[in-house]
Design a protein around this ligand. Structure first.
Ligand code: BGN
Length: 393
């Protein structure tokens, strides 16, 4: 017969063992439940390191800089660094994007202490699995660039990428040529480092979800599938504008991008057509993830709509091998390693070439009308006519 005292002893022992077993078996589940309850009491835009807040409504995105303060303050680049995990634990899903006034580049720099000269970054605590170069065609958009850098740096760090940001700045005032600038960016970036993926990125598009990973697919990827200006939908099936990602091999296979689209429109469609002419197809992230906010702006000076784009686009099948990476002519004006990006200023010439001859009217006047002979003055020259697509500037 058990005494009352020994009965209690056995009961306590039994309960104790059961508790230990339960704790061991359900450690993972228990942690999840505790995290769940903790998260309920947190502010909605706090992004956790576990990155398990993916179901957050998209209008309640998190602070893009959350998590990053937890990274080691200095690099630990020894030989023994492990590879980063296949899915970064810093990923947080939707990001809150707004454009506060008063932001400065110095502030962006302060918030990104691990970014080094030229806008390069490597994860401090693991060996990145991917090396991505971001190519940004640019002219007179410093205000947009500042916001893009503010969001893009932490966005890429959360993805644990080894990355570099290149701003390709078109020199002079001649009509803007986005696709040719991207050819320049490709060649100049590849000269510097063995990038395995290149993201061709408009300066005014801010990614709104860090599950949109800036790594390449087996085929060219169109990343900006859902922009706010198109109601977060693809405007048309073949759309390839905004942000796209290609490996060096994809790029060379399609002979890069066209060099002769001066002004707004059509060049991205040409690039999309090149993808299929080169025997590849376009991949895309999901609509939920490939979301972008566009920074509002007026139509650029020097980037008028290109009226030739329809004709040119109709001929891509005949022209893609003759015009592209193999014919891109340009002159580098300067290469500056800024704290947050590499700034490459380039002369890409005009529609008539890299060193266009002086305007015919001026040349004719110099030959036919000697300056000192007023009697020799012929009828007045007609006003110089601007070429199609050329800026008024
Ligand atoms: C399209 C433009 C693209 C532009 C998108 C979105 C053309 C060629 C017409 C045959 N394409 O219409 O360049 O990115 O709109 O704005 O204009």
């Amino acid at each position: 017969m058990f005494s009352i005292q020994s009965k209690w002893r056995y009961l306590f022992m039994f309960l104790g063992i059961q508790l230990v077993v339960m704790a061991l078996l359900s450690r993972e589940g228990y942690q999840k439940r505790v995290t769940y309850f903790i998260r309920i009491f947190r502010k909605p835009d706090t992004v956790t390191l576990s990155g398990r807040n993916h179901t957050m409504p998209s209008n309640l995105g998190g602070d893009v800089y959350a998590n990053l303060s937890l990274l080691p303050k200095a690099h630990n680049h020894g030989d023994d660094m492990p590879f980063c995990p296949k899915t970064s634990p810093l990923i947080g899903g939707p990001i809150h994007v707004s454009f506060p006034s008063g932001l400065t580049l110095a502030e962006v720099q302060r918030k990104n202490p691990l970014v080094v000269r030229g806008g390069r970054y490597r994860p401090p605590d693991c060996e990145a699995r991917h090396r991505t170069a971001i190519i940004i065609p640019h002219r007179h958009r410093e205000h947009h660039l500042k916001f893009l850098l503010y969001y893009l740096h932490p966005f890429l760090q959360r993805q644990q990428l080894h990355y570099g940001i290149y701003v390709i700045h078109q020199a002079g005032n001649y009509t803007f040529n986005r696709a040719k600038l991207m050819n320049v960016g490709f060649r100049e970036a590849m000269k510097e480092e063995d990038w395995d993926c290149l993201f061709f990125h408009d300066v005014d598009l801010i990614p709104e979800d860090d599950r949109n990973t800036y790594i390449c697919d087996s085929n060219p990827k169109h990343a900006a599938i859902a922009m706010d200006k198109f109601g977060y939908k693809l405007p048309y099936k073949m759309y390839f504008g905004g942000v796209s990602a290609l490996t060096p091999l994809h790029y060379l296979k399609m002979n890069g991008f066209p060099n002769n689209y001066w002004g707004w429109g059509g060049e991205d469609d040409d690039i999309g057509v090149r993808v299929s002419l080169a025997g590849m197809y376009i991949t895309r992230p999901s609509l939920k993830v490939g979301r972008y906010k566009m920074i509002k702006h007026k139509l650029d000076k020097g980037n008028d709509v290109n009226p030739k784009r329809f004709n040119m686009l109709a001929k891509t099948r005949q022209t893609w091998k003759l015009d592209g990476m193999n014919t891109a002519e340009y002159e580098i004006v300067s290469r500056e390693y800024q704290p947050l990006y590499t700034n490459i200023t380039v002369n890409i010439g005009t529609e008539t070439g890299l060193h266009p001859p002086p305007p015919p009217t001026a040349a004719k006047a110099a030959v036919a009308v000697p300056a000192q002979d007023p009697k020799a003055k012929g009828p007045a020259d007609p006003p110089t006519k601007l070429k199609e697509g050329q800026s008024q500037k």
